[in-house]
Design a protein around this ligand. Structure first.
Ligand SMILES: Cc1ncc(COP(=O)(O)O)c(C=O)c1O
Length: 372
Protein backbone atom coordinates (compact mmCIF):
# COMPACT_ATOMS: atom_id res chain seq x y z
CA UNK A 1 0.00 0.00 0.00
CA UNK A 2 1.44 3.34 -0.99
CA UNK A 3 -0.35 6.65 -0.67
CA UNK A 4 0.34 10.18 0.42
CA UNK A 5 -1.45 9.91 3.73
CA UNK A 6 0.54 11.41 6.57
CA UNK A 7 0.59 9.11 9.58
CA UNK A 8 1.32 10.13 13.15
CA UNK A 9 3.59 7.12 13.57
CA UNK A 10 4.01 3.75 11.92
CA UNK A 11 6.03 0.57 11.74
CA UNK A 12 8.64 0.57 9.00
CA UNK A 13 9.00 -3.02 7.79
CA UNK A 14 10.87 -4.11 4.67
CA UNK A 15 11.61 -7.30 2.75
CA UNK A 16 14.42 -8.14 5.21
CA UNK A 17 12.02 -8.49 8.17
CA UNK A 18 9.54 -10.47 6.07
CA UNK A 19 12.25 -12.85 4.92
CA UNK A 20 13.57 -13.27 8.48
CA UNK A 21 10.10 -14.14 9.77
CA UNK A 22 9.55 -16.61 6.92
CA UNK A 23 12.87 -18.19 7.80
CA UNK A 24 11.72 -18.74 11.38
CA UNK A 25 8.42 -20.14 10.13
CA UNK A 26 10.29 -22.51 7.80
CA UNK A 27 12.48 -23.73 10.64
CA UNK A 28 9.30 -24.41 12.63
CA UNK A 29 10.75 -23.28 15.97
CA UNK A 30 8.62 -20.26 16.78
CA UNK A 31 9.16 -20.02 20.52
CA UNK A 32 12.16 -18.72 22.45
CA UNK A 33 15.39 -20.07 21.05
CA UNK A 34 18.43 -19.16 18.96
CA UNK A 35 16.96 -16.00 17.39
CA UNK A 36 16.20 -14.51 20.81
CA UNK A 37 19.68 -15.46 22.00
CA UNK A 38 21.21 -13.79 18.94
CA UNK A 39 19.12 -10.61 19.38
CA UNK A 40 20.18 -10.47 23.04
CA UNK A 41 23.82 -10.87 22.03
CA UNK A 42 23.51 -8.02 19.52
CA UNK A 43 21.96 -5.81 22.18
CA UNK A 44 24.60 -6.80 24.73
CA UNK A 45 27.32 -5.74 22.31
CA UNK A 46 25.50 -2.48 21.62
CA UNK A 47 25.11 -1.61 25.31
CA UNK A 48 28.34 -3.29 26.47
CA UNK A 49 26.28 -5.00 29.19
CA UNK A 50 23.78 -7.83 29.30
CA UNK A 51 20.22 -7.53 27.92
CA UNK A 52 17.26 -9.84 28.58
CA UNK A 53 14.43 -9.71 26.06
CA UNK A 54 10.76 -9.98 26.96
CA UNK A 55 7.48 -9.62 25.09
CA UNK A 56 6.73 -5.93 25.88
CA UNK A 57 8.34 -2.87 27.42
CA UNK A 58 5.71 -3.03 30.15
CA UNK A 59 6.84 -6.58 31.00
CA UNK A 60 10.46 -5.35 31.10
CA UNK A 61 9.53 -2.71 33.71
CA UNK A 62 7.37 -5.13 35.69
CA UNK A 63 10.07 -7.81 35.83
CA UNK A 64 12.85 -5.32 36.64
CA UNK A 65 10.84 -4.08 39.63
CA UNK A 66 9.91 -7.60 40.73
CA UNK A 67 13.57 -8.65 40.46
CA UNK A 68 14.43 -5.86 42.90
CA UNK A 69 11.94 -7.32 45.33
CA UNK A 70 9.48 -4.44 44.95
CA UNK A 71 6.04 -5.47 46.15
CA UNK A 72 3.02 -4.64 48.31
CA UNK A 73 3.70 -1.81 50.77
CA UNK A 74 6.47 -0.34 48.62
CA UNK A 75 6.39 2.94 46.73
CA UNK A 76 7.95 3.94 43.42
CA UNK A 77 8.50 7.59 42.48
CA UNK A 78 7.52 8.26 38.86
CA UNK A 79 6.36 11.23 36.82
CA UNK A 80 2.61 11.34 36.32
CA UNK A 81 2.94 12.45 32.71
CA UNK A 82 3.93 9.17 31.12
CA UNK A 83 2.25 6.32 29.32
CA UNK A 84 0.03 4.31 31.64
CA UNK A 85 2.42 1.38 31.07
CA UNK A 86 4.89 2.86 33.57
CA UNK A 87 2.18 2.97 36.23
CA UNK A 88 0.72 -0.45 35.39
CA UNK A 89 4.15 -2.04 35.63
CA UNK A 90 4.55 -0.65 39.14
CA UNK A 91 1.08 -1.56 40.38
CA UNK A 92 1.45 -5.05 38.86
CA UNK A 93 4.04 -5.75 41.57
CA UNK A 94 1.58 -4.67 44.26
CA UNK A 95 3.60 -1.50 44.92
CA UNK A 96 2.16 2.01 44.72
CA UNK A 97 3.22 4.40 41.95
CA UNK A 98 3.73 7.84 43.54
CA UNK A 99 2.98 10.48 40.90
CA UNK A 100 5.53 13.29 40.74
CA UNK A 101 5.64 16.59 38.90
CA UNK A 102 7.76 17.35 35.84
CA UNK A 103 10.24 19.86 34.55
CA UNK A 104 8.15 21.73 31.93
CA UNK A 105 11.08 22.23 29.54
CA UNK A 106 11.74 18.53 28.99
CA UNK A 107 8.66 16.81 30.52
CA UNK A 108 10.96 14.63 32.61
CA UNK A 109 10.94 13.97 36.34
CA UNK A 110 11.29 17.04 38.55
CA UNK A 111 13.82 15.81 41.10
CA UNK A 112 12.96 18.46 43.69
CA UNK A 113 9.33 17.40 43.59
CA UNK A 114 10.30 13.71 43.82
CA UNK A 115 12.43 14.51 46.89
CA UNK A 116 9.34 15.88 48.65
CA UNK A 117 7.44 12.64 48.09
CA UNK A 118 9.95 10.22 49.53
CA UNK A 119 8.72 8.15 52.51
CA UNK A 120 10.03 5.18 54.48
CA UNK A 121 8.27 2.98 51.90
CA UNK A 122 10.04 4.40 48.84
CA UNK A 123 12.20 1.75 47.15
CA UNK A 124 12.70 2.88 43.57
CA UNK A 125 12.77 6.02 41.47
CA UNK A 126 11.69 5.57 37.86
CA UNK A 127 12.76 8.40 35.55
CA UNK A 128 10.91 8.29 32.24
CA UNK A 129 12.84 9.39 29.15
CA UNK A 130 9.84 11.21 27.72
CA UNK A 131 9.95 11.74 23.94
CA UNK A 132 13.46 10.27 24.13
CA UNK A 133 14.76 13.16 26.27
CA UNK A 134 16.73 12.38 29.38
CA UNK A 135 16.23 14.67 32.36
CA UNK A 136 18.87 15.42 34.99
CA UNK A 137 19.91 11.79 35.34
CA UNK A 138 23.07 12.57 37.34
CA UNK A 139 20.94 14.35 39.93
CA UNK A 140 18.48 11.46 40.00
CA UNK A 141 21.27 8.95 40.61
CA UNK A 142 22.70 11.17 43.35
CA UNK A 143 19.25 11.41 44.98
CA UNK A 144 18.86 7.62 44.72
CA UNK A 145 22.26 6.98 46.24
CA UNK A 146 21.64 9.40 49.12
CA UNK A 147 18.38 7.64 49.96
CA UNK A 148 19.30 4.03 49.25
CA UNK A 149 16.90 3.77 46.31
CA UNK A 150 17.25 1.71 43.16
CA UNK A 151 16.77 3.36 39.76
CA UNK A 152 14.72 1.74 37.00
CA UNK A 153 14.91 3.95 33.91
CA UNK A 154 11.82 3.79 31.72
CA UNK A 155 13.78 4.07 28.50
CA UNK A 156 10.93 2.70 26.37
CA UNK A 157 11.16 5.73 24.07
CA UNK A 158 14.92 6.24 24.27
CA UNK A 159 16.58 3.46 22.29
CA UNK A 160 19.73 5.02 20.80
CA UNK A 161 19.57 8.19 22.87
CA UNK A 162 22.66 9.58 24.58
CA UNK A 163 22.95 11.40 27.88
CA UNK A 164 26.13 13.47 28.27
CA UNK A 165 27.61 11.50 25.37
CA UNK A 166 26.85 8.15 27.03
CA UNK A 167 24.34 5.75 25.50
CA UNK A 168 21.21 5.33 27.64
CA UNK A 169 21.26 1.76 28.95
CA UNK A 170 25.05 1.48 28.85
CA UNK A 171 25.43 2.96 32.35
CA UNK A 172 23.41 3.36 35.53
CA UNK A 173 21.32 0.84 37.44
CA UNK A 174 18.59 -0.73 35.24
CA UNK A 175 17.15 0.50 31.93
CA UNK A 176 14.03 -0.92 30.27
CA UNK A 177 13.34 -0.54 26.55
CA UNK A 178 10.28 -1.14 24.39
CA UNK A 179 10.30 -2.58 20.87
CA UNK A 180 6.60 -2.16 20.17
CA UNK A 181 5.47 -1.58 16.60
CA UNK A 182 6.23 2.15 16.41
CA UNK A 183 9.31 2.47 18.62
CA UNK A 184 12.81 3.42 17.39
CA UNK A 185 13.27 -0.24 16.54
CA UNK A 186 10.53 -2.87 16.72
CA UNK A 187 10.28 -6.60 17.18
CA UNK A 188 6.51 -6.47 16.54
CA UNK A 189 6.01 -6.16 20.26
CA UNK A 190 8.89 -6.57 22.67
CA UNK A 191 11.12 -5.13 25.32
CA UNK A 192 14.43 -5.56 27.11
CA UNK A 193 15.91 -5.18 30.57
CA UNK A 194 19.51 -3.95 30.48
CA UNK A 195 21.72 -3.95 33.57
CA UNK A 196 25.00 -5.11 35.09
CA UNK A 197 23.23 -6.58 38.12
CA UNK A 198 23.70 -10.34 37.70
CA UNK A 199 21.05 -11.19 40.29
CA UNK A 200 18.45 -9.01 38.56
CA UNK A 201 19.34 -10.53 35.18
CA UNK A 202 18.89 -14.08 36.47
CA UNK A 203 15.59 -13.26 38.14
CA UNK A 204 14.25 -11.57 35.01
CA UNK A 205 15.36 -14.56 32.91
CA UNK A 206 13.55 -17.00 35.18
CA UNK A 207 10.49 -14.82 35.76
CA UNK A 208 9.85 -14.37 32.02
CA UNK A 209 9.46 -18.16 31.74
CA UNK A 210 6.90 -18.71 34.51
CA UNK A 211 9.61 -18.77 37.16
CA UNK A 212 11.09 -22.03 35.87
CA UNK A 213 14.66 -21.89 37.19
CA UNK A 214 17.36 -21.74 34.50
CA UNK A 215 14.88 -22.52 31.70
CA UNK A 216 16.49 -19.78 29.56
CA UNK A 217 19.85 -21.55 29.65
CA UNK A 218 18.16 -24.86 28.71
CA UNK A 219 16.25 -23.36 25.79
CA UNK A 220 19.35 -21.62 24.43
CA UNK A 221 21.15 -24.95 24.34
CA UNK A 222 18.25 -26.44 22.39
CA UNK A 223 16.90 -28.28 25.42
CA UNK A 224 13.99 -27.91 27.80
CA UNK A 225 13.68 -28.16 31.58
CA UNK A 226 11.66 -31.21 32.58
CA UNK A 227 12.73 -31.66 36.19
CA UNK A 228 12.63 -28.10 37.43
CA UNK A 229 11.89 -26.00 40.45
CA UNK A 230 9.93 -22.75 40.74
CA UNK A 231 10.63 -20.53 43.72
CA UNK A 232 8.96 -17.27 42.71
CA UNK A 233 5.96 -15.81 40.92
CA UNK A 234 6.67 -15.95 37.21
CA UNK A 235 4.96 -14.76 34.06
CA UNK A 236 4.64 -15.80 30.43
CA UNK A 237 6.67 -12.81 29.25
CA UNK A 238 9.41 -14.29 27.08
CA UNK A 239 10.21 -13.09 23.55
CA UNK A 240 9.61 -15.49 20.64
CA UNK A 241 11.94 -16.29 17.75
CA UNK A 242 9.43 -14.63 15.39
CA UNK A 243 9.71 -11.37 17.32
CA UNK A 244 13.49 -11.58 17.63
CA UNK A 245 13.84 -12.19 13.88
CA UNK A 246 12.12 -8.85 13.25
CA UNK A 247 14.18 -7.14 15.95
CA UNK A 248 17.48 -8.39 14.51
CA UNK A 249 16.69 -6.91 11.08
CA UNK A 250 15.43 -3.66 12.59
CA UNK A 251 18.58 -3.34 14.67
CA UNK A 252 20.68 -3.57 11.48
CA UNK A 253 18.66 -0.67 10.04
CA UNK A 254 18.78 1.39 13.21
CA UNK A 255 21.57 3.76 12.11
CA UNK A 256 19.45 4.77 9.11
CA UNK A 257 16.26 5.10 11.19
CA UNK A 258 18.12 7.14 13.81
CA UNK A 259 19.59 9.53 11.26
CA UNK A 260 16.19 10.10 9.69
CA UNK A 261 14.46 10.70 13.02
CA UNK A 262 17.13 13.22 14.02
CA UNK A 263 16.91 14.99 10.68
CA UNK A 264 13.13 15.32 11.00
CA UNK A 265 13.45 16.68 14.54
CA UNK A 266 15.97 19.27 13.40
CA UNK A 267 13.68 20.35 10.59
CA UNK A 268 10.70 20.70 12.96
CA UNK A 269 12.89 22.68 15.36
CA UNK A 270 14.06 25.13 12.71
CA UNK A 271 10.61 25.49 11.12
CA UNK A 272 8.84 26.11 14.42
CA UNK A 273 11.39 28.27 16.23
CA UNK A 274 10.25 31.66 17.50
CA UNK A 275 6.52 31.19 17.04
CA UNK A 276 4.53 32.87 19.78
CA UNK A 277 1.87 30.21 20.28
CA UNK A 278 4.31 27.28 20.10
CA UNK A 279 6.91 26.28 22.65
CA UNK A 280 9.37 23.56 21.73
CA UNK A 281 10.72 21.06 24.26
CA UNK A 282 14.39 21.34 25.12
CA UNK A 283 15.74 18.53 22.96
CA UNK A 284 19.23 18.11 21.59
CA UNK A 285 18.91 16.37 18.21
CA UNK A 286 22.60 15.47 18.36
CA UNK A 287 22.07 13.44 21.55
CA UNK A 288 18.61 11.94 21.17
CA UNK A 289 16.84 9.67 18.71
CA UNK A 290 13.33 11.11 18.91
CA UNK A 291 10.48 8.61 19.14
CA UNK A 292 7.75 11.28 19.09
CA UNK A 293 7.72 15.03 18.39
CA UNK A 294 5.77 17.00 20.96
CA UNK A 295 5.10 20.75 21.03
CA UNK A 296 3.45 22.86 23.71
CA UNK A 297 0.62 25.04 22.53
CA UNK A 298 0.31 28.41 24.23
CA UNK A 299 -2.91 30.40 24.33
CA UNK A 300 -4.64 28.41 21.62
CA UNK A 301 -7.43 25.87 21.90
CA UNK A 302 -5.90 22.46 21.29
CA UNK A 303 -9.09 20.71 20.18
CA UNK A 304 -9.82 23.40 17.61
CA UNK A 305 -6.31 23.10 16.20
CA UNK A 306 -6.43 19.31 16.13
CA UNK A 307 -9.70 19.41 14.19
CA UNK A 308 -8.30 21.94 11.69
CA UNK A 309 -5.19 19.81 11.14
CA UNK A 310 -7.24 16.66 10.82
CA UNK A 311 -9.35 18.35 8.14
CA UNK A 312 -6.20 18.93 6.05
CA UNK A 313 -5.00 15.35 6.53
CA UNK A 314 -2.59 15.86 9.42
CA UNK A 315 -3.12 13.51 12.37
CA UNK A 316 -2.00 14.61 15.85
CA UNK A 317 -1.81 12.91 19.22
CA UNK A 318 -1.68 13.68 22.93
CA UNK A 319 1.09 11.93 24.85
CA UNK A 320 -0.35 11.63 27.51
CA UNK A 321 -3.22 12.13 29.91
CA UNK A 322 -1.44 12.30 33.30
CA UNK A 323 -1.84 9.14 35.34
CA UNK A 324 -2.97 10.94 38.49
CA UNK A 325 -6.08 11.88 36.50
CA UNK A 326 -6.99 8.22 35.86
CA UNK A 327 -9.44 6.83 38.40
CA UNK A 328 -7.23 3.82 39.23
CA UNK A 329 -4.28 6.05 40.19
CA UNK A 330 -6.03 9.24 41.33
CA UNK A 331 -4.83 10.11 44.83
CA UNK A 332 -6.18 13.64 44.70
CA UNK A 333 -2.60 14.93 44.45
CA UNK A 334 -2.04 18.28 42.78
CA UNK A 335 0.84 18.55 40.32
CA UNK A 336 0.69 22.12 39.02
CA UNK A 337 3.27 21.83 36.28
CA UNK A 338 1.92 18.53 35.00
CA UNK A 339 -1.64 19.86 35.04
CA UNK A 340 -0.64 22.91 32.97
CA UNK A 341 1.60 21.10 30.49
CA UNK A 342 -0.91 18.27 30.00
CA UNK A 343 -3.35 20.77 28.51
CA UNK A 344 -0.72 22.17 26.13
CA UNK A 345 1.00 19.15 24.63
CA UNK A 346 0.37 18.13 21.07
CA UNK A 347 2.20 15.41 19.14
CA UNK A 348 2.96 15.93 15.45
CA UNK A 349 3.80 13.14 12.97
CA UNK A 350 7.24 11.53 13.22
CA UNK A 351 8.50 8.24 11.80
CA UNK A 352 11.32 7.23 9.45
CA UNK A 353 9.10 7.15 6.36
CA UNK A 354 8.08 10.79 6.82
CA UNK A 355 9.84 13.11 4.39
CA UNK A 356 11.43 16.50 5.06
CA UNK A 357 8.86 17.89 2.61
CA UNK A 358 6.10 16.38 4.79
CA UNK A 359 7.52 18.19 7.83
CA UNK A 360 7.61 21.43 5.84
CA UNK A 361 4.00 20.89 4.78
CA UNK A 362 2.89 20.04 8.35
CA UNK A 363 4.59 23.17 9.72
CA UNK A 364 3.11 25.33 6.98
CA UNK A 365 -0.39 24.01 7.71
CA UNK A 366 0.15 24.43 11.42
CA UNK A 367 1.15 28.07 10.96
CA UNK A 368 -1.83 28.69 8.68
CA UNK A 369 -4.20 27.21 11.26
CA UNK A 370 -2.66 29.44 13.92
CA UNK A 371 -3.11 32.43 11.64
CA UNK A 372 0.61 33.07 11.21
C1 LIG B 1 7.10 5.74 28.37
C2 LIG B 1 6.69 4.33 28.07
N1 LIG B 1 6.82 3.40 29.02
C3 LIG B 1 6.49 2.12 28.80
C4 LIG B 1 5.99 1.70 27.59
C5 LIG B 1 5.58 0.29 27.43
O1 LIG B 1 6.11 -0.37 26.35
P1 LIG B 1 5.28 -1.50 25.60
O2 LIG B 1 4.23 -0.84 24.77
O3 LIG B 1 6.31 -2.20 24.77
O4 LIG B 1 4.69 -2.38 26.64
C6 LIG B 1 5.84 2.63 26.56
C7 LIG B 1 5.33 2.21 25.26
O5 LIG B 1 4.57 2.81 24.60
C8 LIG B 1 6.18 3.99 26.81
O6 LIG B 1 6.03 4.91 25.87
Amino acid sequence: MSDNTIRLSRSVIGEEEKKAVLDVLDRQYLGMGQDVLYFEQELATYFAREAVCVNTGTAALHLALQALGVGPGDEVLVQSLTYVASFQAISATGARPVPCDIDPDTITLNVDDAKKRITEHTRVVMPVHYASSVGPLDEIYEFAQDNDLRVVEDAAQAFGTYYNDKKVGSFGDIACFSFDGIKNITSGEGGAVVTDDKEVLQRVKDARLLGVEKDTEKRYSGDRSWDFDVSMQGWRYHMSNVMAAIGIEQFKKFPIFAEKRKELLKRYQSNLANINSIELLKQDANQIVPHIFVIKLKNYDRNTLRKMLEDVGIPTGIHYKPNHKLSYYDTGVELPCTDTVAKEILTLPLHPELQISDVDHICEMLKQCLGI
